[in-house]
Design a protein around this ligand. Structure first.
Ligand SMILES: Nc1ncnc2c1ncn2[C@@H]1O[C@H](COP(=O)(O)OP(=O)(O)OP(=O)(O)O)[C@@H](O)[C@H]1O
Ligand SMILES: [Mg+2]
Length: 273
């Protein structure tokens, strides 16, 4: 077995008295997509922020290539090849594609010194990188980010991370706000990143999207890994149930049904908080 690019061992994270992550262990290998599933508030964002150097774990270890790492901050993690793409691609609507591609980028990585902004060259490189991911509709680097669709923005952000040397790509709900067609574009890009040997950590609420691209799955419930399995080991229904805390919902269903049976088909009143 190869060494995972990134691994968490028994990580705990709390904010003051609030325990958010409990004893999390997980790993991701090169060329693999790890889907991180879990309901609102399960701790997904906290977990990836811990992976990306934003938070330090209270206990436990983060390892890269088998060696313990202690990131001093997100830039440190990024320098080591961990890139996070946030929802909406994290770019500015009034900026051109070419400009946004190079903003905040390490000027010496990927290509030569770029001290003076060379619009033509920036556009060329940005468009080439995006097209390399199969998004051929982006062919003009002068276009503004604001004019791109949500899927195109995500695609651009992923292409950019890969261009600047990401080895681990963390995608926080990249398909959440997208329609079917756009989501499938983004999923294809995830697969292309995987083909290029990048380790992808893909966070989503949408089981269908996870199943389409995932090699490994981890379900977080209240800050703990409630299930951890490989592609094909669980059915879609089982995964959905796990995510929704299936048992609680099944109980609710039974309760509603029995109420309706004795109340002329009326659903029970919503309980006051
Ligand atoms: N800085 C913080 N201080 C205190 N509590 C926090 C902090 N950040 C997160 N939490 C708490 O930790 C829990 C997990 O939050 P987190 O944002 O990681 O969940 P999530 O799985 O990403 O949810 P969502 O699907 O809604 O994005 C929540 O109860 C949240 O209130
Ligand atoms: Mg979140």
């Amino acid at each position: 077995m190869t060494t995972p690019i990134l691994e968490l061992r028994n990580v705990n994270k709390s904010f003051g008295p609030i325990d958010v992550l409990h004893d999390i262990s997980m790993k991701v290998h090169a060329g693999e997509v790890l889907c991180l599933l879990g309901d609102n508030g399960a701790g997904k964002s906290t977990l990836i922020k811990t992976l990306a150097g934003v938070y330090k774990p209270n206990s436990g270890e983060v390892l890269m290539d088998g060696n313990p790492v202690d990131f001093s901050g997100p830039r440190d993690a990024q320098r080591m090849g961990i890139s996070t793409v946030h929802q909406f691609g994290g770019t500015f609507p009034l900026m051109s594609i070419g400009r946004s591609f190079f903003i905040g980028a390490e000027p010496t990585k990927g290509f030569g010194p770029f001290k003076v902004y060379d619009r033509k060259k920036a556009n060329e490189i940005a468009v080439k990188a995006v097209q390399g991911f199969g998004i051929t509709r982006i062919d003009d680097g002068d276009r503004l980010i604001g004019g791109l669709s949500g899927g195109e923005r995500q695609s651009l952000a992923i292409a950019r991370a890969v261009h600047f040397g990401a080895r681990v790509l963390i995608l926080d709900e990249p398909t959440a706000a997208l329609g079917v067609k756009q989501a499938s574009h983004v999923l294809r890009i995830v697969l292309e990143a995987r083909r290029r040997g990048i380790a992808v950590i893909f966070i989503t609420h949408q089981v269908t999207h996870a199943i389409a691209v995932g090699d490994h799955f981890a379900v977080l419930i209240r800050g703990a890994v409630a299930a951890n399995f490989r592609k094909g080991e669980r059915s879609r229904e089982e995964i959905t149930d796990l995510m929704a805390g299936g048992e609680a919902l099944a109980d609710l269903g039974a309760e509603v049904e029995s109420y309706m049976a004795t109340h002329d088909g009326h659903p029970p009143p919503v309980p006051a908080k």
